[in-house]
Write a protein that binds this ligand. Sequence first.
Ligand code: ATP
Length: 450
Amino acid sequence: MIQFPRPRELSNNMTDLMQKITSLAKRRGFIFPSSEIYGGFGSCYDFGPLGVEMKNNIKKAWWDEMTKTQKDIVGLDAAILMSPKVWQASGHLSAGFADKLVECKKCHKRFRLDEIKGKCPECGGELTKPRKFNLMMKTFIGSVEDKTSTSYLRAETCQGIYVNFENVLNSTRLKVPFGIAQIGKAFRNEITPGNFIYRTREFEQMEMQWFCQPKTADKFFDFWKKQRMKWYLNLGIKKENLRAREVAPKERAHYAKRQVDIEYKFPFGWQEIEGVHNRGDYDLSNHAKHSGQDLKYEGYFPYIIETSAGADRSFLTFLVDAYSEVKGGRTKTTEATKELEVLLKIHKALAPIKVAVLPLVRNKPQLVKKAKEVYQLLKTHFVTQYDELGSIGRRYRRQDEIGTMYAVTVDFDTLKKKDVTLRNRDTMKQERVKIDKLVECLKKQLLKTA
Ligand code: ATP
């Protein structure tokens, strides 16, 4: 979908919240601006040590949902570079996949037509008449930069699925209806990227294409819409922050017969995080026409129901939804009481760090030695962090801020009784667990659904 309201005016509170989340993400190693030592680069971001863990967890949760929980869905990993003929057939090289823009005659900045009125918002200059700019990113294949070698970075992952429809059918024993799932990078030369990682020029999509008989398309559309809503809710997204919005015909993407946007209530307003589309036979019939191949199944073109989510947008959604502040301090240590404590109440399946190992104090060599042993034991099973710096209260808070599910404290009793304190992030309940039962106990707790 191209035209979408993008509220730019944020209230102070909301701007503040986004700023806090952005700064936490940078400070703790979730997300860094790309090429930062060179001043950053055009709304590109890098995922840091915690970010890559969390993003992998999101992608795994999606992949498992599609290929394990649901039925008759297989995976695919198609190339980013494809024949330019694919993009002619899909309609991406025509006006359908273009934003209407105006350019300032003075500073030459470009703006989406639906976002501004009158003069240039940057310098007050006069604007050109609206023109369409294609969002596909061009690149050159081979060593000669001429027209014959022009190709594109894919603007959506699903085209790799459509052009492999026959291959998948012929190499598996699947029959319509069935689905193909794919996670991968996509690129769009967005004119107004922004809101942190909400809209970027390089992003990752998690897309599932469901091939079905035309008469069953409505039924499957409703089914997938419900499943996708459930996925976010099961991973802890608050119900009041999620909605499914039926998109009116004039607002729909060029290929969509029906479209529901799954939207999240970000600090900057309700915004799309996933699209559920009935693409009809648009894709298979166009690829059949342009390639000359018979892409019919039992004499008809299957309809496609698509669920198209963004890994980066989901990341931002889970991060924003999990972020909470506790005034006055929840850990009740003397130094904490006056401070605002941040708790990232992220679902345990998505939390970047599952366990932290903390020696009670760091100036007792036996404690540190034991704690390091426990760390070695846990780190082969879970993403584990070892931390000995600062008071124990401060270390709990550092872990709460990044959403670590469990903290294991090694104290003097550990040396005598061979047990540790296991603290739960959300309840702050502490229990003693024997070291030789720790791995089993954590595995059980991490697998528990509640
Ligand atoms: P928008 O209107 O927000 O640009 P779209 O409707 O064009 O998005 P689709 O083509 O339906 O998006 O893409 C499906 C999903 O891919 C989106 O819901 C979003 O999660 C993700 N996505 C699309 N464009 C971007 C982008 N520029 N940055 C990050 N994620 C994106």
